[in-house]
Write a protein of this length. Structure first.
Length: 283
């Protein structure tokens, strides 16, 4: 474990544009080894299709390196294939559901969770009720499936310029309480929160029960410490709610993936140490 309390995940993809907020690109097994060597507790993998993954090989590398796959990022299915849960075309929606069930099947085998972020899609406000009604139906179908497979789903609050509904943690928590599934939690992302939340720390404390996964990036989507978000405040809030999940480093790999990974981790571990020292905790 990297820190005294919090667990960190790297992010990895087989291929993704250089401008995407993912640390490591290329062969996933190499990224697993690299993540372990840097001191990460887990890896979040971003993949386009569930069948791209050699499950046995990934599980073997994780086992050998004593590391886990925390989460599966699904955004490429929207960015590349335009599959979304709010599409008014039923055939496209059906393809989105089938894709997500494939990710859930994969998550069951990798013992990880599934993120639904960009796949929520963009809606047209003239048809708001129709979009929201098909969205609810689809989430209900997916949470039933996730409960059966015992896989957590993390619905991500994303800023309004990327997904134009349920942008705040409060809106997402309201939606979650109307669905009422034990396998459905919120993914909070500090980059998006910095745009949408009036007070990031207060939102975490208020809706702590709903939080199942976390993405860290600074205000400019660079590594923590490179922008103006107070990670000391965020970490304090996560400790206060007793957060036990993973925090994935979903930020730009600038100036290069290794520097970005190391600087982010060093910065956060130093904050954890100073919080622990203040509270007279032994690390
Ligand atoms: C996905 O986790 C996310 O945060 C979006 O902004 C897509 O990158
Ligand atoms: Mn995110």
């Amino acid at each position: 474990m990297a820190g005294f309390a919090l667990k960190y995940s790297s992010t990895a993809a087989i291929r993704a544009p250089g401008t995407s907020p993912i640390l490591f690109k290329g062969d996933l097994c190499s990224s697993i080894i690299k993540s372990k060597n840097y001191g990460f507790d887990a890896v979040e993998i971003h993949i386009r299709r569930p069948d791209e993954i050699e499950i046995d090989k990934i599980n073997e590398y994780c086992f050998k390196n004593n590391i886990t796959i925390s989460t599966i990022g699904t955004g490429m299915s929207y960015v590349i294939d335009r599959l979304s849960l709010t599409d008014l075309n039923w055939q496209k929606r059906k393809m989105a559901i089938e894709r997500l069930k494939g990710y859930i099947d994969l998550a069951e085998k990798l013992n990880s969770g599934v993120i639904i972020g960009s796949m929520r899609g963009k809606i047209d406000f003239d048809n708001y009720n129709k979009h929201l009604s098909v969205y609810r139906e689809n989430i209900l179908e997916l949470t039933d499936y996730a409960e059966y497979k015992d896989v957590p789903i993390y619905l991500e609050t994303i800023n309004r310029y990327e997904v134009n509904f349920h942008n705040t943690i409060e809106e997402m928590a309201d939606f979650l309480s109307s669905i009422n599934s034990s396998r459905l939690k919120i993914l909070i992302d500090t980059f998006h929160m910095n745009i949408e939340e009036a007070d990031m720390e207060e939102s975490i404390k208020k809706y702590g029960n709903y939080v199942g996964h976390v993405h860290f990036a600074d205000s400019n989507r660079r590594y923590p410490g490179k922008g103006h978000i107070s990670f000391r405040g965020i970490i304090n809030a996560l400790i206060e709610i007793g957060y036990e999940g993973y925090i994935a480093f979903e930020y730009l790999p600038y100036p290069d993936p290794d520097t970005a990974a190391k600087k982010g981790l060093d910065y956060l571990l130093a904050i954890e140490k100073s919080i622990a020292a203040k509270e007279n905790l032994l690390l």
